[in-house]
Design a protein around this ligand. Structure first.
Ligand code: SAM
Ligand code: SF4
Length: 336
């Protein structure tokens, strides 16, 4: 179907076209990952401040009219929301590629819904292949369940990307184990550089960089076995494959090598705020004007126009390292 081309509302001052909307469905989660939220938990928004499923649909539809062609549902854990299936079904009626980022704990309950809704690909988070380390990082014991659910998704024909946040001294000794997972499984492992957010005790010493990951791979495989795959213009990843392996692996280097030039993402938090960048300290409220019956397009346009060229102004590693200067939410309330 041809959509009216209103992408100029979603085009920022650097010419980047934002056709990819990530919607956080909830601030709640059935895990407590240390890199995502503080041990003491987070202050949840009052229920009445969270978008209803009708409001999610209305806002998503508006973005689609403006030119969005891809929507990712995230959270918190998107699937713990009681009406998650209904939201997935409703959004699947929009002419977009619909996809989900999940911790995988309860995906087995949604297989039919995913199929009915035309979902073809999911990102599932798994940071260790060792059950006890997994329990340590997620503060919950669901390793077996998540691993079996990844196998189930593959068996059911979905494309599965496994998101693995690397933390020095914790799981960086598993880089090759994760790469080897791609030998007989058609999974796409994505190593993510650990990023700073409120309450996650980030510091540069815990970072495993793109360069360190590549060094580890280069030490364990012959040069001619490591194939560099072509990355699409808006890809956040640098992708590779080991010759003869079924799956692939990739690196998301938001800290040491940001990929802002090709950024086409805009985020909508569960309480209806637009974030024009994962790292932005400011937000634009869409939910209040929507509830007042006002047009949200001018707010969307202003938010897009205000986007910085690089990481919300933290354009050098030094600025980025100075976490005291960041005023941001915990990742669990943004929706990665
Ligand atoms: N609960 C779902 C999940 O875990 O996949 C979706 C929400 S979670 C916030 C989205 C992604 O953000 C996950 O892949 C998670 O690993 C990643 N993430 C969370 N905190 C992060 C951090 N500090 N640095 C890098 N990635 C992070
Ligand atoms: Fe929950 Fe995902 Fe954050 Fe882990 S990364 S606490 S699963 S929202």
């Amino acid at each position: 179907m041809t959509k009216p081309n209103n992408l100029h509302t979603l085009t920022d001052t650097f010419g980047r076209k934002h056709n990819y909307l990530r919607i956080s469905l909830t601030e709640r989660c059935n895990l407590r990952c240390t890199y995502c939220m503080p041990a003491e938990g987070i202050q949840l928004s009052p229920k009445e401040h969270i978008m209803t499923y009708e409001e999610i649909y209305t806002i998503a539809n508006q973005f689609v009219d403006l030119g969005v062609t891809k929507i990712r549902l995230t959270g918190g854990e998107p699937l713990v929301r009681k009406d998650a299936a209904l939201i997935i079904e409703k959004l699947s009626s929009l002419p977009v590629e619909l996809t989900i980022t999940t911790n995988g704990v309860i995906v087995d309950k949604f297989i039919d819904q995913f199929k009915k809704s035309g979902i073809k690909s999911l990102n599932v988070s798994l940071d260790s292949l060792d059950a006890s380390k997994n329990t340590e990082i997620t503060r919950r014991s669901y390793f077996e369940k998540v691993y079996q659910n990844i196998l189930l998704l593959i068996k059911e024909g979905f494309t599965v990307k496994v998101n693995c946040v690397l933390i020095k001294g914790f799981n960086d000794d598993e880089i090759i184990d994760f790469v080897n997972l791609t030998k007989s499984l058609p999974v796409h492992v994505r190593f993510i550089e650990f990023m700073p957010f409120d309450g996650n005790r980030w510091n540069m010493d815990k970072l495993v960089s793109l360069q360190e990951i590549l060094t580890e791979v280069n030490t364990n495989f012959n040069k001619n076995e490591i194939i560099k795959l072509k990355d699409a213009p808006n890809d956040t990843t640098k992708s590779y494959q080991i010759k003869g392996y079924q799956g692939t692996f990739a690196i998301i280097s938001s800290v040491t090598n940001p990929f802002c030039d090709g950024c086409n993402r805009i985020r909508l938090t569960a309480n209806g705020q637009i974030k024009n960048c994962l790292f932005s300290s400011t937000e634009s409220d869409l939910l209040t004007p929507l509830r007042q019956g006002k047009s949200i397009n001018p707010i969307i346009e202003r938010a897009v126009q205000a986007k910085f060229k690089i990481r919300s102004g933290m354009d050098t590693l030094d600025k980025f390292k100075n976490t005291d200067e960041h005023n941001n939410r915990s990742m669990i309330t943004i929706g990665g």
